[in-house]
Write a protein of this length. Structure first.
Ligand code: PLI
Length: 470
């Protein structure tokens, strides 16, 4: 092993194998179509993995969003749906689970994460205000911009370097935040948009020390902090593993302590909370809650269902309690890490350290001969599908979109292809198959040509854009 090669977590910390804290009761068949059929499906989908039919996919690593397997308890909870229009008992169970695990006072359900992002952005951002965040997320930034906000990235510089081994690459650079507040004035900062873990950086965590210091800084200037809690349980795992003083604290304790430094949170429950649909919004401030509670009836549904069925809220309430179980999180992150370590052992360039929900292939290093405007990460996702029917997702220039003011492409430093692992769905053998396919595509990398975009929708273009081979 060369000296500069990043050490895997196993090499750094020693290794004892983990196993999933569950066994399988029901299975869903997988099907792999032929190479010729995959080639035709790819052309039909405009080389965009979002436009493939699920039936044409073998192992689906497009996203961890809404793709979890629910537990027997959650399925039983679905049968306990109280489908009343108002005041469903499942809402109160959900409210209780969020208050218990995340610690916020006032809760609203929403149909999914972006429903909550819409409401908080509309309620809190005044036109022309700045929103400072630890790297953008696609839907989050769009809702902030649609509300008139101007997003400013204040993540630490290390986050933009795929090879940097900083243990908390999701951290906020407090110097950048303070400089922004001083330059623009605290009254012109709508809030700090803090995400744990940071999706676009590779599922990288934020440390407790960082949020504690951020709180102190924001208190000095009277600035609010709202948390994107979508993968906060996974973030808590990294704090437990890496931050002094937290090794003997439970995921539940760490999660609650972290949230206590923030003024509220929005959630895509389709990730950490182990459901196929749902989201929520939670704040501690009553006047703000009153405004949000009023807005939710306009866009989502009454404040005790927010666009969800009673059964969905029940599954979510149970999923929240399961999501803070230490053994669950350890095996969940452990599976992602297992895949990352296989690829690291083969010298395949990925974002290091391996994050919480996905392994991110470094497409710039994978295809150094492709310019960024030839969509290396999109190309890699297409090649992987062609090789083995594995579906991944672009997280590079296509996802970054265009500057709303100038209309130019954003050219993000990170040009990544995400192998996102659904929770409790695939086995270790599936991870082996995935790693071998990535290796096969890597071995062919020098022959690979890029793509050009031939259709570009106005909003969140990566979902529906179409490409052709150069
Ligand atoms: O997909 P939604 O609307 O439930 O949630 C939006 C959303 C908000 N924040 C973060 C950090 C996300 O990752 C997120 C959705 N992520 C998707 C769909 C993903 O594939 O990563």
């Amino acid at each position: 092993m060369s000296e500069n090669k990043p050490k895997t977590m196993g090499q750094q910390f020693g290794r004892r194998s983990w196993a999933e804290p569950w066994k399988i009761k029901m299975v869903e068949p997988l099907n792999m179509i032929s190479h010729e059929e995959r080639q035709a499906a790819l052309v039909e989908a405009g080389y965009n993995t979002f436009l493939l039919k699920s039936a044409d996919v073998y192992i689906d690593l497009l996203t961890d969003s809404g793709t979890s397997a629910m537990s027997d308890r959650q399925w039983a909870g679905m049968m306990m749906g109280d489908e009343a229009y108002a005041g469903s008992r499942n809402f109160y169970n959900l409210e209780n689970a969020i208050q218990t695990c995340y610690g916020y006072k006032y809760i609203l359900p929403t149909h999914q994460g972006r429903g909550a992002e819409h409401l908080i952005s509309q309620a809190v951002i005044k036109k022309g205000q700045y929103v400072a965040g630890n790297m953008y997320f696609t839907t989050t930034r769009l809702h902030q911009e649609l509300a008139g906000g101007i997003f400013v990235d204040v993540i630490i510089d290390e986050a933009h370097d795929p090879a940097n081994l900083h243990p908390f690459k999701g951290n906020i650079d407090l110097g950048k935040v303070e400089a922004l507040i001083k330059e623009k004035g605290a009254e012109n900062i709508a809030y700090i948009s803090l995400a744990g873990t940071v999706n676009m950086a590779g599922g990288q965590p934020v440390s407790m020390q960082n949020v504690r210091e951020l709180r102190a800084l924001c208190d000095r200037y009277g600035v609010k902090i709202f948390l994107d809690a979508t993968r906060m349980a996974e973030n808590a795992f990294f704090i437990q593993e890496r931050e002094p003083g937290y090794a003997s604290k439970s995921i539940a304790e760490i999660l609650k302590e972290f949230c206590a430094y923030t003024d509220g949170a929005w959630m895509s429950a389709k990730k950490d909370n182990l459901v196929n649909i749902g989201g929520w919004l939670a704040v501690n401030d009553w006047p703000l809650f009153e405004e949000l509670r009023n807005l939710v009836v306009v866009y989502e549904g009454l404040h005790t269902y927010g666009g969800l069925a009673g059964r969905d809220m029940e599954a979510m309430a149970i999923g929240i309690l399961e999501s803070v179980n230490d053994d669950h999180i350890r095996s969940r992150v452990g599976q992602v890490r297992y895949l990352g370590e296989l690829l690291t052992d083969w010298d395949i360039p990925i974002v290091q350290p391996v994050g919480g929900h996905a392994v991110f292939l470094d497409a710039k290093a994978f295809y150094p001969h492709l310019k960024q405007i030839e969509f290396p990460a999109q190309t890699l996702a297409a090649e992987l599908y062609l090789d083995s029917g594995i579906r991944s997702m672009e997280r590079g220039i296509a996802s970054a979109g265009r500057d709303a003011k100038t209309g130019d492409h954003y050219y993000p430093k990170l040009e990544l292809t995400r192998l996102t692992i659904p929770r409790r769905v695939y086995t270790q053998a599936h991870m082996d198959v995935v790693a071998e396919s990535v290796k096969a595509v890597y071995d062919e990398r020098e022959k690979t040509r890029g793509l050009k975009m031939v259709y570009e929708p106005k909003y969140l273009r990566f979902f529906q854009a179409r490409f052709e081979k150069l």
